[in-house]
Design a protein around this ligand. Structure first.
Ligand code: F1P
Length: 370
């Protein structure tokens, strides 16, 4: 069946137009998020549920690496149940509640609870929905209506919100003379690369999704790519109803390897630092019967299934070497490919990705007890 008949597919294909809209918005001036990064205290907590939680993980890791701030991420429910694990009493912090729909009960309660716990806590509500409860209750709403989605599963808005965060963080890092692995040029280049990557890799992703009976799915990502591995696994679980698991790559040898067999499909999200040890692990899993999919800028042609993701084109005229593809950028480039896999895997198993089983666009809980 024609993929473009599905809303979920159309949302994934909107990634590049969405990033262009975010760029237009950023060219008009900084968002309130930049101001809060400039003003904000050293300690930040990012919270949300499902995809929005993984998005928070990606943001927290980037903030720690580039801005050297204390930044953590936790599911909204954990913040509600065990705030003391994240917050010393009365501490001054910024809490970022992330929710695409701005309606998820646990995330709303987490924002409210932050204010109850500490009067000096500033809350940011990052959402795509104007007028949503999150936009109303947060001290600083950051609303990106340009990337609002209709589909149940979150796809291009994840990439767009991460892109926005990277951009605003890069702007501040440059002001402060901090060296990160991103630049405005690279971020702009990523938009072109994503378009190309989706086009070049789509047929291969569709083919991998139809490999049967590969029904044990593993997503491996190190460092900044770990939240992306989690999101890849969540998308496959949500859309294709396959229990998928995510790990830091070398953790896989410490127990989970026992589950590998010829029904295992493992995605390796190759990292800048760990590519060679990740490749060793891939050979090992292959020798145990797994089918491996290598995702990265340089993948040995000895691997049958490769999703090659080249670095964005450099603007330097006459550059002999391609610039390395840094991990933050890998996150943006890999994500849409994993979303597309979840979509095609659902189709190959006969499921409608637009109506995933037991899933709603946001989880609204009546009478949440905390
Ligand atoms: C959060 C979320 C989604 C997930 C599912 C249920 O939504 O967990 O990530 O795909 O549809 O809700 P939101 O708070 O980001 O709107």
């Amino acid at each position: 069946m024609e993929a473009s008949r599905y809303q979920t597919y159309r949302e994934i294909q909107k990634t590049v137009p969405a990033l262009k809209k975010v760029l237009e918005r950023l060219f008009q001036g900084p968002t309130p998020l930049r101001r809060r990064i400039e003003l904000g205290p050293r300690r930040w907590v990012f919270t949300g549920c499902g995809s929005s939680y993984y998005l928070g993980q990606a943001m927290a890791l980037a903030m720690r690496r580039v801005l050297k701030r204390e930044a953590l991420a936790c599911p909204a429910s954990e913040w509600l149940l065990y705030p003391e694990l994240l917050l010393a009493n009365g501490e001054f912090l910024t809490l970022v509640g992330i929710s695409r729909t701005g309606k998820t009960t646990e995330t709303l309660r987490a924002v409210e609870r932050a204010k109850e716990l500490s009067t000096s806590c500033h809350t940011i509500g990052l959402t795509c929905s104007l007028g949503s409860p999150l936009a109303q209750i947060a001290d600083t709403p950051v609303v990106l209506t340009e990337v609002e989605e209709e589909a149940i599963a979150m796809t291009h808005s994840f990439t767009a919100l991460l892109f926005l965060f990277y951009w605003e963080m890069t702007a501040y890092a440059q002001q402060m003379g901090l060296r990160g692995d991103l630049s405005f040029d690279l971020l702009r280049g990523a938009v072109t690369s994503i378009e190309e990557n989706l086009r070049v890799n789509e047929a291969r992703i569709r083919q991998i999704a139809t490999l049967h009976p590969l029904d044990s799915l593993i997503f491996l990502g190190a460092g900044p790519l770990y939240p992306i591995a989690c999101e890849g696994a969540l998308k496959a679980t949500e859309l294709a109803l396959l229990p998928a698991r995510s790990y830091h790559p070398l953790e896989f040898r410490h127990g989970p390897r026992a589950t590998v067999n010829d029904r295992t499909l493992a995605f390796f999200l190759l990292s800048e630092r760990g590519a060679s040890v990740e490749e060793d692990l891939a050979w090992e899993l292959q020798s145990l019967g797994a089918t491996v999919v290598m995702v990265g800028p340089e993948v040995s042609s000895d691997f049958e299934y490769r999703l090659v993701v080249p670095p964005p084109p450099t603007e330097k005229v006459g550059a002999v070497h391609e610039p390395p593809l840094h991990d933050s950028l890998r996150s943006l480039l890999y994500l849409p490919l994993l979303q597309l896999f979840g979509f095609y895997k659902a189709l190959s198993l006969g499921y409608n990705p637009d109506t995933p089983m037991h899933s709603d666009k946001s989880v609204i809980l009546e009478g949440l007890a905390f």
